[in-house]
Design a protein around this ligand. Structure first.
Ligand code: GDD
Ligand code: MG
Length: 334
């Protein structure tokens, strides 16, 4: 199997973390998010993946210099202007030489254990032009909402409907199988949305099928879900990975509860870190408190400061001694 991985978005909802690093290169426990995603593709039998790049492509191309990511051969396609999701899939498939084959396409910011082989097989059986995976969520209004009939045929595709207008809580999980005909139908070199154009048109042609899945699934695109994805690994809700990196230094007199402390981070004596992520090389100084928050790489939380309530501290930012921050983003991305 070959795959297109969409990673070219601006990551606006994760600013300020994404001002310096594209979303899929942000660390998740011990490696960039993209490695978890591509590792999942590889475990389903994907041998080649093209990254559909736009925003800060060099963050990817300079990191995976041997062209391998989690054992999968990487290809790169860099848009010179954003082509939106369908435009990007078409462009990347052509750039990598994958056009003309049945392909997987995925949103690169989703961490999931969804069964891609099952998706591929259902697609083969139905004879549809495209097949998409669905997952149930509590609030479908933030996603693509996808009603189906009893035979798994998609009846419509409504991207981010108002909360009270979603006909179902089964949403687009961001994993697709496409016949080459779908890619050929996408106009070249202009922005085209797979969610607002391609899928609604396929549903009208009755040529779109869906696989419902209860597997673990999280879109990491907001601070809350980027944090949740990692705390799920600390809790063992998903895989269990050691939450304190061997290259981190946690003082014996510090208190760390249900948190991820990444490589090179330092937690000094009397500091408390709870339900939080402390990124590589960040420092939490004496008696500082970090609760339900994300501290970016190289950031410094100085003596006695409190950072709480889903605050996001950008990379290399310094929080002044004794500051009390709740629910803030620093610097404020506006
Ligand atoms: N190359 C490229 N070019 N990639 C892009 C572009 C573009 O112009 N625009 C967005 N992307 C990438 C993002 O980097 C991300 O990996 C993926 O496409 C989806 O974009 P998001 O911005 O994360 O979309 P979303 O989370 O609001 O909604 C999407 O995902 C939901 C599930 O996670 C939609 O596909 C929804 O229908 C879906 O339910
Ligand atoms: Mg997303």
């Amino acid at each position: 199997m070959k795959a297109v991985v969409l990673v070219g978005g601006f990551g606006t909802r994760l600013r300020p973390l994404t001002l310096t690093t594209p979303k899929q290169m942000l660390p998740v426990i011990d490696r960039p998010m993209i490695e978890h995603v591509v590792g999942w593709l590889g475990s389903a039998g994907v041998t080649d993946a093209v990254l559909a790049l736009g925003y800060r492509p060099e963050a990817f191309t300079t990191h995976y210099t041997d062209g391998l990511c989690a054992g999968v051969r990487l290809h790169y396609a860099v848009e010179d202007h954003p082509l939106d999701t369908a435009g990007a899939i078409r462009f990347a498939a052509h750039e990598a030489g994958f056009a003309g084959e049945r392909l997987l396409a995925i949103n690169g910011d989703v961490l999931t254990d969804l069964d891609l082989t099952g998706l591929w097989d259902l697609h083969q059986e139905s004879g549809a032009e495209a097949t998409i995976a669905l997952t149930p969520v509590d609030d479908p209004s933030r996603y693509g909402v996808v009603p189906t009939d009893d035979e798994n045929r998609v009846l419509g595709f409504i991207e981010k409907p108002p909360a009270d207008e979603a006909p179902t809580n089964w949403i687009n999980a961001g994993s697709y199988v496409f016949e080459p005909s779908v890619l050929e139908g996408i106009p070249a070199d202009i922005p085209v949305s797979v969610e607002r154009e391609t899928f609604p048109a396929l549903a009208r042609r009755r040529s779109l099928y869906a696989l419902r899945s209860d597997a673990y699934w999280v879109d990491t695109g907001t601070p809350l879900t980027y944090l949740k994805a990692q705390l799920d690994m600390v809790d063992g809700t998903r895989d269990s990975l050691p939450p304190v990196h061997p290259g981190a230094v946690v003082d014996d007199e510090a208190y760390v509860y249900r948190s991820v402390i990444m490589d090179g981070a330092i937690i000094r004596s009397g500091a408390r870190v709870e339900n939080s992520v402390v990124s590589p090389s960040a420092v939490i100084e004496q008696n500082a408190v970090v609760r339900d928050s994300i501290i970016g790489s190289g950031a410094l939380v100085q003596n006695g400061a409190v950072v709480a309530d889903y605050s996001v501290i950008g990379s290399d930012v310094s929080v002044t001694p004794g500051a009390e921050l709740g629910g803030v983003r620093l610097p404020d991305p506006g």
